[in-house]
Design a protein around this ligand. Structure first.
Ligand code: SF4
Length: 711
């Protein structure tokens, strides 16, 4: 790797799942600048507006919003007051131990984040499942990627994205669905633009209800009605069958279950799907032709696919098309889920969801539980499934979860059905919030606020969308008394273990630094699909970021999966999943006639704790606005810029109206980022619905029915 100047540190951007490498410029105490790492294979030196302004989020004036020391309140009537770490963690251990003794281990829970590093994630997971004996550890990745996880596992047998960024240069047809890549993954979109410039014959199909910046650049934009994805994909497969564009030899040799799917998709004629999706049947036929007959087709998909009450089958229906046409396991081809958060992948690797275990193991598999128990040196890992995100907050609202530890995430703004989430946080007896920022909506509910280190102050690893592990390296000291998430969690674990008279605690949490945690995680992957036993911190630093699997003896990671046509299932064959069109849970009706979708803006990130502190990031969109079609506005006598009330069955918000041709009649769009401070009401998620997919338990954040009226 290129030698850095003395006060430069190589790390990664902490925003999206593209996982760009950065070089942090600093003076040993203060970060002074940031630039793209020209040697990082995710971005080759490029950064988007968010990444290139990261240094502005950690200037001295940002300390005004940072959590700098622990704060505690011992009753809800008083304000939190400053305390020291010893008092804070002893108090937390007392409260958790009391709840566990009186109500059992499942009365406590942890809600963590895809923005934590892999090492942080590993410690939290072990704390809940190895020490306390509960699987109640879930994460905001449940809102992000869980449908992609289950979609992969049901079809290909493992949660392993087969393709990679480099495949773009060989792709002949790029099928982007449920992703505004230009805004949500900007540096990857630059790579798409480069690939198209180098190969003008390459076709780009974009499936999105809105005419987004991504859709603007498509050769074919399918502006389907929200939630009708499966009807479209099944109809495309119908056309592929009818035209004999499928690959019977590949299907016979490498897959199972095609006959059952064939019978179902026979019904999905292009004319039928055109009616369901609100599309022209010729466009469906054209999309099917390009997808099936190109030399190499790659799909890229994200939240529009995942955040649905049928998100798992949205994913499976895309993969069905790849398997039927053998568009997988070769350069430029394959299904490729894009990760929203910077380390949602790393979290899954260590089993950081309430139904998973370390090393991509399943909680429901007795052998997997025994393997993890052996690795950790405990008698057993609890069998009972933990609560997923929505179930967890429901259980808090019902008084069943009495103590919760929330780290590096802001559910009081990001979870659906905000009124219920706020009730849950009020009802829960003891709320710990471990955060870099003290002004988040969730921090308002903290009985104990613990200051956490943040970007530029932490060390560890992250994994990006293409299975690539990068080192994250601390450049400057922690501000105030902030501590690393894993370190505070481990300190808490040791105190809690003592209070619970658990003699194994010291053995469970022996770590002196991040590398020791990572080495244990590495061992947990031995023989698994994500085996990284050939990697080390030193290798990642000397040879740069690497893709998994990277088993012992390998000299490089696996660029692309399933090139041999063998899949990690019992039979070695991939499985077709029978997918059927289903409506969104909430339909538009006379009272709530507008279909609301939500999504990202180009220059803001999640709940804006960090990007919201940078003035120039408001230049693109200065305030939250609901986007609406001119015809719908005229019908309601609304004008551009009017203040309007947007109301769903769960809540309402007041914000400004933006006339937008990007939204079809009968629909509206709101950015997800703003919360209570910028809107009257609890923000966008006051409107959204908590209904979730039955397999992945990912909520349907993309679809709600609303009414919009002038204030
Ligand atoms: Fe950061 Fe994503 Fe932008 Fe890259 S594309 S600089 S990872 S926000």
């Amino acid at each position: 790797a290129e030698a850095l100047k003395p006060l430069e540190t190589r790390s990664t951007c902490c925003y999206c799942g593209v996982g760009c490498g950065v070089i942090i410029e600093h003076d040993g105490k203060q970060i002074t600048g940031v630039r793209g790492d020209p040697e990082h294979p995710a971005n080759f030196g490029r950064l988007c507006t968010k990444g290139s302004t990261l240094h502005l989020t950690v200037q001295p004036d940002s300390l005004a919003v940072r959590a700098l020391y622990p704060e505690l309140r011992t009753n809800r009537e008083s304000q939190r007051a400053r305390t020291d770490w010893n008092t804070a963690l002893d108090h937390a251990a007392d409260r958790f131990a009391q709840v566990i003794r009186e109500h059992g281990p499942d009365a406590v829970a942890f809600y963590i984040s895809g923005q934590l590093l892999t090492e942080d994630y590993y410690v939290f997971n072990k704390l809940a499942k190895g020490l306390i004996g509960t699987n109640n550890v879930d994460t905001n990745s449940r809102l992000c990627m869980s449908s992609a996880v289950v979609g992969y596992k049901q079809t290909l047998g493992a949660d392993s994205p087969p393709a990679c960024y480099d495949d773009l240069k060989d792709t002949q047809c790029l099928f982007i669905t449920g992703s505004n890549t230009a805004f949500a993954h900007p540096i990857l979109f630059r790579r798409i633009e480069d690939a198209r410039a180098a190969n003008p014959a390459m076709k780009m199909i974009v499936v999105d209800p809105r005419r987004t910046d991504t859709a603007e650049q498509a050769d074919l934009h399918l502006a389907l009605l929200p939630g009708t994805d499966i009807a479209l994909y099944n109809a495309m497969l119908h056309v592929m069958l009818w035209e004999e564009w499928i690959k019977p030899d590949y299907i016979a040799a490498h897959t199972e279950g095609f006959e059952a799917l064939r019978k179902v998709v026979r019904e999905y004629t292009p004319a039928m799907a055109a009616g369901i999706c609100g599309l022209d049947k010729k466009d469906i036929e054209k999309a099917a032709e390009w997808f099936a007959t190109s030399g190499a087709t790659m799909s890229m998909y994200c939240m529009g696919t995942n955040q649905s009450s049928h998100g798992t089958h949205n994913n499976a229906a895309i993969i069905n098309m790849h398997l039927a046409t053998a568009q997988i396991g070769k350069p430029g081809a394959g299904p490729f889920s894009l990760t929203g958060q910077p380390n949602a992948m790393g979290g899954r690797e260590v089993g950081g969801l309430s139904n998973l275990l370390s090393g991509h193991r399943d909680l429901g598999n007795a052998e997997h539980r025994a393997e993890v128990a052996r690795l950790w040196g405990v008698d057993s890992v609890p069998e009972k499934p933990g609560l997923s995100a929505v179930e967890l907050f429901d259980a808090m609202a019902e008084g069943k979860v009495k103590a919760v530890w929330i780290a590096c995430t802001n559910p009081a703004q990001s979870m659906p059905d905000q009124n219920l989430v706020h009730k849950a946080l009020e009802t829960c007896d003891f709320v710990v919030v471990q955060e870099a920022y003290r002004n988040t909506e969730t921090a308002r509910y903290a009985d104990l606020l613990l200051p956490a280190t943040s970007w530029g102050e932490k060390t560890g690893t992250v994994t990006n969308s293409e299975r690539r592990i990068s080192r994250v390296i601390q450049a400057v000291p922690a501000p105030g008394e902030a501590r690393h998430d894993w370190d505070a969690a481990m300190d808490f674990a040791r105190r809690l273990g003592n209070k619970l008279d658990n003699a194994q605690t010291g053995k469970l949490f022996p770590y002196a630094n991040e590398e020791e945690i990572w080495n244990e995680h590495r061992e947990s992957t031995r023989g698994r699909d994500l085996d990284i036993t050939g990697l080390s911190y030193a290798t990642l630093e000397s040879q740069g970021p690497q893709q998994w699997p990277f088993p012992a003896g390998a000299t490089r990671g696996k660029v692309r999966l399933y090139e041999d046509g063998i899949f990690p299932t019992a039979s070695g064959k991939a499985k077709f999943v029978v997918t059927e069109h289903r409506e969104t849970v909430e339909k538009a009706d006379a009272q709530y006639p507008i279909r609301l979708t939500t999504g990202r803006l180009r220059d803001q990130w999640h709940g804006m704790s960090r990007t919201g502190t940078v003035a120039r990031l408001y230049a693109h969109e200065a305030e939250p606005m609901v986007h609406m079609n001119a015809a719908d506005m005229a019908r309601r006598n609304l004008k551009d810029g009017d203040m309007v009330r947007v109301k769903s069955r769960r809540g309402e918000v007041v914000l400004r109206l933006l006339e937008s041709a990007s939204v079809r009649a009968g629909q509206a769009f709101m950015p997800m980022h703003w919360g209570r401070n910028a809107m009257s009401g609890l923000g966008t998620n006051a409107l959204t619905i908590k209904a979730f997919d039955p397999y992945s338990k990912q909520p349907e954040l993309k679809h709600a029915a609303v009414q919009i009226e002038k204030l």
